[in-house]
Design a protein around this ligand. Structure first.
Ligand SMILES: NC(=O)CC[C@H](N)C(=O)O
Length: 455
């Protein structure tokens, strides 16, 4: 009994069970301790719509139902808690993240967390382990969430004032109150944060979380975002992870990854300091060969593509380079522990379970096939002559078409995962083009209503 971590949380009166759906939204239920005890082994029943709704609560119908959705008859699925994630979220409330299974006891192939587990296991089969971390960017506003809703998220005032840009400490007290309250919550539940800073746009904040194995890194990303929202709301503020909410700089979610074998970081070569190791080059080769297809995960929403502005930070081309932040993939040569790859394409609205799984899938393909990468890009990869370098897909439609046509990522991610994602994203595109203002050229109210609170 003493090793039962749940029973050790004696003051808990509510248990929040959680998973992340395709859109990156934390879903689940809150149970009484008695109910939780009765189903913690078998799993907590959820309607299959938990993975089937879009961000406007419509059922994303008509795109190849997997077996567990029973051809649209609607059924239940089960959320099996992974008690290694159990924490006391706040006094009296436990939180546990889990995986999604069918009633017949099969893991659900479309579950983002299990997709990341599968690819991590594929590395482990080859004697490889991964360290990953996510840079979390968001914008906080002075208005409360109720006020923001009343204004349809328009004309909001970024927290901290307009004076100063990135990396400025001289911020107003309300900004300081917010960031300090967030890291206090991180400390309470054990999210090891490394740094926070203000980012380039007014009201924009970046938090850096310490590297961990991929599933832990993605779990921490999901929880950190939840805390950032809860703290904003409790202080009477609002917050968004939309990748672009104004003409100002967009919001990314850069990923940092290194891979080790029993001898240490395989991206580091002591004989070639400052250069990517041979196996890092193989990894990059696979990532670059699948970059167009995996863009759909890194840039999942209509708005994601609005962030891709020249000279603003996000990459616009399918390029990699050494210490070159204008590329989609940056090799960061350092010492044996810090040498890593930074994937700069993902936007703040991407689902990190999926994005990380797709990036790792590309890398593993490259390691398996000893892929040769294209030449590293040695100039600034922005504002180039159109067509001189392959561009990142320019919208959700093109990106999903590239993913659907790719059979390399599928081999590593699984057909069900890819097919379900492709269907879900096509629904997103269709929804925009049937419900929104239909003006692709500027941010629409439809995007604010759909993404401001949930993306
Ligand atoms: N940290 C940075 O390099 C700025 C990144 C930028 N906000 C992005 O959208 O990717």
């Amino acid at each position: 009994m003493s090793s039962d971590r749940f029973e050790e949380l004696t003051s808990v009166t509510r248990v929040r069970v959680e998973a992340t759906n395709q859109d990156g939204v934390l879903i689940g239920k809150t149970l009484s301790p008695a109910k939780y005890r009765s189903c913690r082994e078998k799993g907590i029943a959820l309607p299959d719509l938990a993975l089937g709704l879009d961000l406007n609560n419509h059922s994303a119908l008509g795109f190849g139902f997997p077996e567990w959705r029973r051809n649209g008859t609607m059924t239940d699925i089960e959320l099996r808690p992974d008690e290694s994630t159990l924490v006391e979220w706040k006094p009296g409330v436990a939180s546990v993240i889990g995986d999604l299974w069918t009633l017949q006891g099969e893991p659900i192939g479309a579950d983002p967390r299990q997709a990341l587990k599968r690819i991590t296991a594929a590395y482990a089969e080859r004697g490889l382990s991964i360290l990953a971390s996510v840079e979390i960017e968001a914008t906080v506003f002075q208005e409360s969430i109720d006020q923001a809703r009343a204004q349809q998220y328009q004309n909001l005032t970024p927290l901290g004032g307009n004076a100063g840009a990135a990396l400025v400490h001289a911020k107003s007290p309300d900004y300081v109150e917010y960031v300090e309250a967030v890291v206090a919550r991180f400390d309470e539940i054990g999210i090891p944060w490394e740094a926070y800073s203000d980012e380039a746009a007014s009201g924009q904040i970046e938090f850096n979380i310490a590297p961990a194995d991929p599933v832990t890194a993605a779990d921490r990303w999901a929880r950190a975002r939840q805390i950032m929202r809860e703290v904003a709301y409790s202080l009477g503020r609002s917050i968004t992870f939309m990748s672009k909410w104004s003409a100002a700089y967009g919001q990314g979610a850069h990923l940092n990854v290194s891979v080790s074998d029993e001898n240490g970081n395989i991206f580091f070569d002591a004989n070639k300091p400052g250069e990517p190791s041979e196996r890092m080059r193989h990894f990059i080769g696979g990532v670059m060969a699948t970059l167009e297809a995996s863009t759909s995960f890194a840039l999942p929403t209509i708005t994601s593509y609005r962030r891709l502005m020249e000279l603003e930070g996000p990459p616009t081309t399918q390029t990699w380079g050494v210490a070159n932040k204008s590329c989609a993939v940056r090799a960061v040569p350092a010492d044996s522990s810090a040498t890593r790859l930074e994937y700069r394409l993902p936007s703040a609205d991407s689902n990190m379970y999926c994005t990380l799984a797709a990036f790792l899938a590309g890398g593993l393909l490259g390691l398996d096939e000893k892929s040769t990468p294209p030449a590293p890009f040695e100039q600034m990869a922005w504002a180039l002559v159109p067509g001189s370098v392959p561009a990142v897909p320019k919208n959700l439609y093109d990106a999903v078409a590239a993913l659907d046509a790719d059979d390399q990522l599928r081999r590593y991610l699984g057909d069900e995962f890819v097919d379900y994602w492709v269907g879900h994203r096509r629904w997103e595109w269709l929804s925009f083009h049937t419900e929104a203002e239909r003006d692709d050229t500027q941010l629409s109210v439809w995007e604010f209503l759909r993404y401001f609170e949930l993306a």
